[in-house]
Design a protein around this ligand. Structure first.
Ligand SMILES: [Mg+2]
Length: 408
């Protein structure tokens, strides 16, 4: 069985700084300030119970994501809290990625508001990387109305650090040869892999700057952090990061979840939520032209414990009915646990994803004959919005908040 893989551009380490890391600033909050002039220049919190995003004015007051909403309002009582508008963010993301893809064919999306762009090899047609970055920022501002920061360097790691240093609404070039000079004065928290625990550990040893890690050496760092973390952080402190920009990296699973609150719910109602989640996931699966083989059910209980159950099918499928049957079986098997501990969150993931290839159809060889309902419902939702058609059992319950994601 041969499946032709699209040839991915492979970019090796380079001599010139031509990797861009472009990252929208306070994305959700910036969209809110763009769309409502009254919010501009003010501390804005997107979210409610939890802070999903904060404008720079709010961040200046110490508000961070994710932070409890009450705590955020104690820090900054005059902050304006707005509910998230995920569809507006998804639309803004699409528009920004159009600019990215217009800038270079080699785009590696990291999340809905962030991507690496390789502009090496564009010099003759588009100019120096720094000019390309200036134009990119200007276009995102003019066409999408959002501030975006860009870092430019020889490696992905440095480009990402540079965009973070450039924020808000800035551009930072790390010129070849100037990497260590740029990196060493920065706080260790700028390095990938330095979380709260590692940072505290290093601080106790008087290590606060990236340059301290470089000066200490890998051997002595190992006695503080262990071999794996020492190797990783020492390499970064030397600005060594050989990864290339990869496009066409495909998701290995897709998932969705729904919080249920703490009130007890009958199994029929939980089943209805499962239907809703499967409908959403099935649509994403078919839009991405993929099939799944494994269905994973995730449960969180009232006592904060969790359980995961999975079922692997004999063949890959994108058929809602087949996926739903597997999910219902898992749910029924978990019934005693749910009754005993009380369910507060239900999640589903479709994994073991493969490309939907017509040559891999299972018998009977009638391409998607039994998928006509799925196809029709997908088309209706595509045209009239995701709430145009819903299961009767879900009427009045809405879809819950779904966070926009990169294309699958
Ligand atoms: Mg961002």
């Amino acid at each position: 069985m041969f499946v032709s893989e699209p040839r991915r551009p492979r970019i090796t380490a380079r001599d010139d700084a031509s990797i861009l890391h472009a990252d929208l600033d306070s994305f959700y909050a910036a969209v809110e300030q763009r769309d409502d002039p009254r919010l501009r220049g003010k501390p804005v919190i997107v979210g409610g119970g939890v802070v999903l995003a904060a404008s720079y004015e709010a961040k200046a007051r110490g508000i961070r994501t994710p932070m409890n909403g009450h705590r955020a309002l104690r820090l900054c009582p005059e902050a304006i809290v707005v509910p998230p508008r995920m569809s507006a963010y998804a639309a803004a993301s699409t528009a920004v990625f159009e600019v990215f893809h217009d800038t270079t064919p080699v785009v590696e999306g990291i999340s809905i508001d962030e991507a690496f762009l390789d502009v090496g090899g564009l010099r003759r047609i588009a100019g120096e990387p720094v000019d390309i970055a200036h134009r990119l920022r200007a276009r995102v501002a003019a066409e999408v109305g959002l501030p975006i920061s860009v870092g430019i360097a020889r490696t992905k790691f440095l480009a990402k650090v540079a965009s973070a240093v450039a924020k808000p609404d800035g551009l930072r070039l790390v010129a070849p040869g100037g990497e260590l000079e740029f990196l060493h004065p920065l706080p260790i928290e700028r390095l990938w892999g330095v979380g709260e625990v590692t940072a505290r550990n290093l601080h106790e040893h008087g290590i606060t700057k990236v340059g301290h890690i470089a000066a200490l050496g890998e051997t002595r760092l190992r006695t503080i952090l262990g071999p794996a973390a020492a190797r990783h952080l020492y390499a970064l402190s030397q600005a060594r990061d050989p990864r290339r920009v990869e496009t066409g990296k495909r998701r290995r699973s897709i998932g969705a979840q729904r919080a249920l609150g703490r009130q007890p719910r009958p199994l029929t109602e939980i089943e209805a939520f499962v239907h809703g989640l499967i409908d959403r996931l099935g649509r994403r699966l078919r839009t991405a032209e993929r099939c799944c083989r494994t269905v994973v059910l995730r449960l969180r209980f009232d006592d904060f414990t969790r359980a995961t159950r999975s079922h692997t099918l004999a063949h890959g499928t994108d058929d809602t009915a087949v996926i739903l049957a597997a999910a219902r079986t898992l749910l029924h098997e978990a019934r005693p646990m749910i009754q005993e501990r009380g369910l507060t969150l239900i999640g589903l993931a479709l994994t073991n994803l493969v490309d939907a290839d017509p040559r891999q159809l299972t018998l009977p060889l009638t391409p998607r004959a039994d998928n006509t309902l799925d196809t029709t419902v997908d088309a209706l939702r595509q045209r009239f919005g995701s709430s145009a058609v819903t299961r009767a059992a879900l009427l009045g319950r809405g879809e819950g908040i779904s966070v926009p994601l990169l294309p699958d």
